[in-house]
Write a protein that binds this ligand. Structure first.
Ligand SMILES: Nc1ncnc2c1ncn2[C@@H]1O[C@H](COP(=O)(O)OP(=O)(O)OP(=O)(O)O)[C@@H](O)[C@H]1O
Ligand SMILES: [Mg+2]
Length: 338
């Protein structure tokens, strides 16, 4: 079955076409990052209006790139939660209208479920390799999820304050780097020595939870006291290293406590080279299989939504057109009970 996916949860208008749940035929992403850069973050009203402008052209481009006609589409998938409500509504309205007009089934997809399924696009054979541990590291979430079968999610750990991507973005602001900050911090850090500025790491007892507020405060305090003496690249490298080590060690503890030997890292921060190196080294030391999505599928895109939707439609989870759109919703609630 060929599925058209639509994603508008934040500041990317995206449409993607996926065949058989694993073959990406097209993935068009219209980013609004430049539009929001002057505000230092996403302005919801501006994002919604831009989605309205871009939605139809992006869908048409995705079909064109895929070489697929309307009639060849077997299903639709759309991000309906969580995200900016006004932004989500643009994508959901477009997808519902298309599903109605084309008389094809539609699957509402949880945005984090989409990030998770970017892993299955990178490793289609994973489809019968459960259980699986997933570290989702994105702009708004940092979670460790256990999957025992498709579309079933158990939350093992989450952040108590900032998400990892948020920590990168806020750190970037403290370092006077532009928005979006993650790639900027990573680029600066690649020129620095991570051992020169040691930042604190937080571990929350026996839990698999995360906290990044301490390292963020440490960065702020360091910059204020340092008075420009230390090379900014070394500061960025030390800051990035603390985030990477916290993520790696906590995931390693999840591997020890569950005994699960297959894991993936997904979401925007999974594009971070230093994090990838650290996870690869840990996977090798633990004798685990690590799956990393293609870099362009780490940040928001509709191919991952189409892939997740394909699996949901295989589980006969086609929804009536009355399904809701939600700003907040835990991933565990997206589980399909068997
Ligand atoms: N190379 C990188 N290094 C570190 N962080 C990065 C890198 N590339 C992207 N990021 C971060 O990833 C985040 C964007 O990821 P993503 O698009 O998945 O987040 P989001 O969709 O805004 O949030 P969520 O998925 O939680 O709703 C931003 O915080 C960005 O700074
Ligand atoms: Mg995202």
């Amino acid at each position: 079955m060929i599925v058209l996916g639509i994603e508008t949860s934040c500041d990317e208008t995206s449409a993607g076409v996926v065949r058989g749940g694993c073959e990406v035929l097209s993935n068009v992403v219209a980013s609004q990052a430049n539009l929001h850069a002057r505000y230092g973050g996403v302005v919801p009203e501006v994002a919604s209006r831009k989605h309205l402008e871009c939605m139809l052209p992006v869908v048409l481009e995705a079909l064109d790139h895929a070489g697929v006609t309307w009639r060849e589409l077997g299903g639709l998938a759309v991000t309906n939660r969580p995200g900016l409500l006004g932004a989500l509504l643009v994508g959901v309205s477009a997808a519902k209208a298309l599903a109605y007009a084309l008389k094809i089934p539609i699957a509402p997809v949880h945005h984090l479920e989409g990030h998770l399924y970017s892993t299955f696009l990178a490793a289609p054979d994973l489809t019968d390799q459960f259980p699986l541990l997933a570290l989702i590291v994105s702009g708004g979430h940092t979670q460790i999820i256990r999957m025992d079968r498709h579309c079933e999610y158990q939350l093992l750990g989450t952040t108590r304050d900032d998400a990892a991507g948020e920590a990168f973005d806020k750190g970037a602001r403290l370092l006077n780097l532009p928005y979006p900050g993650g790639p900027e911090v990573a680029a600066l850090a690649s020129q620095g020595d991570p051992a020169r500025v040691l930042m604190p790491r937080s571990y929350l007892g026996d839990t698999l939870d995360f906290s990044f507020s301490g390292v963020k405060t440490a960065l702020r305090t360091f910059i204020a006291r340092d008075n420009g003496k230390t090379n900014l690249a070394d500061i960025a490298a030390g800051y990035q290293e603390a985030i990477v080590v916290m993520l790696t060690r906590t995931l390693q503890r999840a591997i020890h406590s569950t005994g699960i030997k297959t894991f993936c890292v997904c979401g925007g921060v999974a594009a971070n080279r230093r994090l990838q190196e650290s996870m690869k080294a840990m996977a090798q030391a633990e004798g685990c299989r690590l799956i990393l999505p293609d870099t362009q599928l780490c940040t928001d895109n509709a191919a991952m939504i189409a892939a997740a939707g394909w699996y949901r439609l295989q589980h006969a989870d086609s929804s009536p057109l009355s399904f809701d759109t939600l700003a907040v919703s835990p991933l565990a609630l997206a589980t399909i009970s068997s």
